[in-house]
Design a protein around this ligand. Sequence first.
Ligand SMILES: Nc1ncnc2c1ncn2[C@@H]1O[C@H](COP(=O)(O)OP(=O)(O)OP(=O)(O)O)[C@@H](O)[C@H]1O
Ligand SMILES: [Mg+2]
Length: 263
Amino acid sequence: MTTPPPPSLSFLPSLEVRGLAYAYPDGHQALFGVDLTVERGERVALLGPNGAGKTTLVLHLNGILTAGAGTVAVAGLPVGPANLAEIRRRVGIVFQDPDDQLFMPTVREDVAFGPAAAGLRGAELDAVVRRALERVGMAAYADRPPHHLSFGQRRRVAVATVLAMEPEILVLDEPSSNLDPASRRELADVLRSLNVTVLMVTHDLPYAMELCPRSVILSEGVIAADAPTGELLADEELMRRHRLELPFGFDPTARPTRNPGGH
Ligand SMILES: Nc1ncnc2c1ncn2[C@@H]1O[C@H](COP(=O)(O)OP(=O)(O)OP(=O)(O)O)[C@@H](O)[C@H]1O
Ligand SMILES: [Mg+2]
């Protein structure tokens, strides 16, 4: 599972969503024909107001929800019942609430869970777990129960559980929410250091600016804009129309400083 994808597939987009529409069983339609392509190695922010359909879209990317109409493909492999195991290996979703994905007695077992299910054992499994925890700065916590960790630490472990699978695409739903400023910055450093395709749902527009060269706005179940993040955030009329507001004093046209204030 640490084998790189066959070279013949590497030109395919990491994610290709075509005409995706979905109505919840109660009849509420959340997606109305979403088209989105994310090329391998891109980092894309998925922005949009509450209720826009962002989480609904994310839940389609590994087949938790199944398209009412349209298609999703991950590195060319269609998301569907026949491929779910492989799709779930390729698409690493970090949910907004880490408690939705940490359920084992120790951090180590949580991170080992996916790779073990995929057949890794012994020293090879140990090495994968150690490396994933090192990548998020949590190696020292391997033997702790996840529920004894702080929220920010659990978020990092949740990222490690997904990285251990070497996903084609890392999908994060609100990764910076409920993090203190230092944890928020440390997670940004982790994400920036990864050589993986990223789709990041966020209301934290400076975070999008810092991490994602490209942003898309999902609004009322369709992609309403797709542009370089700086351009998109600087378009006041577009931002207003989609209920997006920059924090006070944040200037998207200013040159990015990685560590404002020298911290
Ligand atoms: N289980 C459900 N049953 C019925 N409708 C739902 C369900 N889950 C979400 N919805 C509706 O679908 C729409 C999209 O919801 P979704 O959770 O995808 O929005 P979101 O963009 O992730 O919002 P937020 O920024 O608040 O997380 C909303 O109108 C919501 O009320
Ligand atoms: Mg959501």
